[in-house]
Write a protein that binds this ligand. Structure first.
Ligand code: HEM
Length: 491
């Protein structure tokens, strides 16, 4: 039946696979985006791969993605069944894997109320403070690797906004690691190539019935519920700078949002899981980009020096710092942290360019290929913040209504990342502080050769792909830097 279905399908053609399992054995266990990109060079902007009997339509160009995920979002905003991850691990309680249901809508509304562009600005004082603390930490704790500093910063931001709990440089608490470790286990379970039951769904009733098969997922669920409530119940009212925490808002407005206490707990956990490693990764990509592109670093520093002179940057300076904003946007595009986004699915059959895409087809929003689409990003491998700027005035170009080119790394349609404004605020202010405070350079070996990390030396953490840890030298570029950062933190 499957073979007949494949032969008669009117899906876009793709790489040839074997008759029974399709492309299953051609799909690598890691760096999936590289294989999908390689196929896109041969099969174009839209192609199909088969994992057993499940069709995956891969969307590779900016225009086709805008058509399918934005214009047709009414039918393309479903999430796949993902029996192992969505059903067994999170029991359909986690926002990012939930179906396009009324419950998901209620969750999204509550999250949007907290993280939309205006609401997210209430966290500016906390973010400014923590950016100064980030820069100070790089001076005071030089033995700690840069990636650990980024990790602390990203975790402190999200846990401050959700629970009002910031993370200290000396802190090595559960807050820093526990949720991340659980997210990692979940991400692995969600990767289709790691799930036998998603490739051979007829096994589902057996696995559902036999407790032993479900041990891993049951343990994960129990642990996540416990950790989630531990954090939720201990949350502070504000982030310590006067902004209402997300938990506090949920507790005040739960009824209005249509959430139970369990829903509210899972929503905060969803934000924590989604916001920690992504933001952390962009900060690592930013440093890698500055080290490989010293001319960009100097242009950014010139703009900072002209606007801030020798005081620390603030959010108030943002409209006058378009180049720094563009550096943050380009870091997210250049090495998209979530290169194949989160899988979407079709909730009904639809026709696109003469192809018929049946209900339940999985849709891969291949952000990696889209962010290398040379028709809209000329010379896509170059790290070039100027692509977002008006070449005459140097101001930020208005967003492209059709294709949101400056925000492509955050996905599409109704599922677009609801934390993007909050994330970009964190990244903007941290980039501004680090560029204002330091020059970045590669360390050298005993022969004077630079010890570099290549732009493609990445680690795959399942869903999030991040640069490997690397060393570099930070040279202070301001007089009395430590004192000034300390003063900025107290301001
Ligand atoms: C620079 C950092 C970030 C990047 C690159 C990023 C990227 C993404 C992407 C690609 C998606 C999938 C969108 C889709 O399915 O079309 C997503 C979803 C999501 N993100 Fe982010 N994200 C970032 C930071 C954050 C932060 C800080 C939060 C929380 C405050 C967050 C919360 C979420 C949630 C809850 C979803 C699921 C939305 C849904 O399924 O309806 N993200 N993000």
């Amino acid at each position: 039946r499957d073979i007949y279905r494949k032969w008669t399908s009117r899906l876009p053609p793709g790489p040839k696979g074997s008759v029974l399992v399709g492309n299953l054995f051609q799909v690598p266990a890691t760096f999936l985006h590289r294989k999908l990109h390689e196929w896109s060079l041969k099969h174009g902007s839209l192609y199909t791969i088969w994992m057993g009997s499940q069709a995956y339509v891969v969307v590779n160009s900016v225009q086709v993605a805008a058509d399918i995920f934005d214009r047709m979002s009414g039918t393309t905003s479903e999430r796949p069944m993902m029996i192992k991850g969505r059903q067994f691990y999170v029991r359909d309680l986690l926002l990012q894997t939930q179906g396009h249901t009324l419950q998901w809508r209620a969750n999204r509304r509550a999250v949007h109320a907290n993280m939309n562009i205006r609401a997210a600005s209430r966290f500016h004082p906390m973010q400014e403070h923590d950016a100064a603390y980030f820069a100070l930490g790089l001076i005071q704790y030089p033995e700690k690797k840069y990636d650990k500093h980024c990790h602390r910063f990203a975790t402190s931001m999200i846990s401050g906004a959700l629970y009002g709990k910031r993370i200290d440089h000396k802190d090595d608490s559960r807050l820093l690691h526990k949720i991340e470790e659980m997210t990692q286990r979940l991400m692995e379970a969600l990767m289709p190539q790691n799930s036998v039951v998603d490739t051979l769904p007829f096994l589902e009733p057996v696995i559902r019935r036999v407790k032993w098969f479900r041990k891993q997922s049951d343990d994960w669920h129990e642990e996540a519920t416990m950790e989630g409530f531990r954090l939720y119940n201990a949350a502070n009212e504000t982030d310590s700078w006067g902004a209402i925490t997300t938990v506090q808002d949920f507790e005040t407005n739960r009824e209005k949002y249509g959430l139970s206490r369990d829903d509210a707990m899972w929503d905060t956990l969803a934000l924590y899981m989604a916001g920690q490693e992504t933001t952390h990764t962009v900060m690592r990509i930013f440093a890698l980009a500055m080290l490989h592109n010293p001319a960009v670093m100097r242009t950014a520093q010139r703009q900072l020096d002209a606007i801030c002179e020798n005081r620390t940057p603030t959010f108030e300076d943002r409209p006058k710092l378009p180049y720094i904003e563009a550096v943050a946007l380009e870091a997210a595009r250049w090495r998209a942290p979530v290169p194949t986004s989160v899988l979407h699915a079709a909730s009904a059959e639809f026709v696109y360019e003469g192809y018929t895409i049946p209900k339940d087809t999985i849709l891969v929003d291949n952000l990696w290929s889209q962010t290398r689409d040379a028709s809209v990003y000329p010379d896509p491998e170059a790290f070039n913040p100027s692509r977002y700027l008006d070449q005459t005035t140097g101001t930020l170009l208005p967003p492209t209504a059709d294709t949101h080119l400056s925000l492509l790394a955050f996905g599409h349609g109704r599922r677009v990342c609801p934390g993007r404004d909050f994330a970009l605020n964190s990244v903007f202010i941290a980039c501004a502080y680090l560029l204002w405070a330091f020059d970045f350079s590669w360390p050298v070996d005993e022969h004077g050769n630079e010890i570099k990390c290549g732009v493609d030396e990445m680690v795959d953490h399942a869903i999030v792909v991040t640069p490997r840890p690397f060393d570099f030298v930070l040279t202070p570029r301001q007089k009395d830097l430590e004192e000034r950062l300390t003063v900025a933190m107290k301001a």
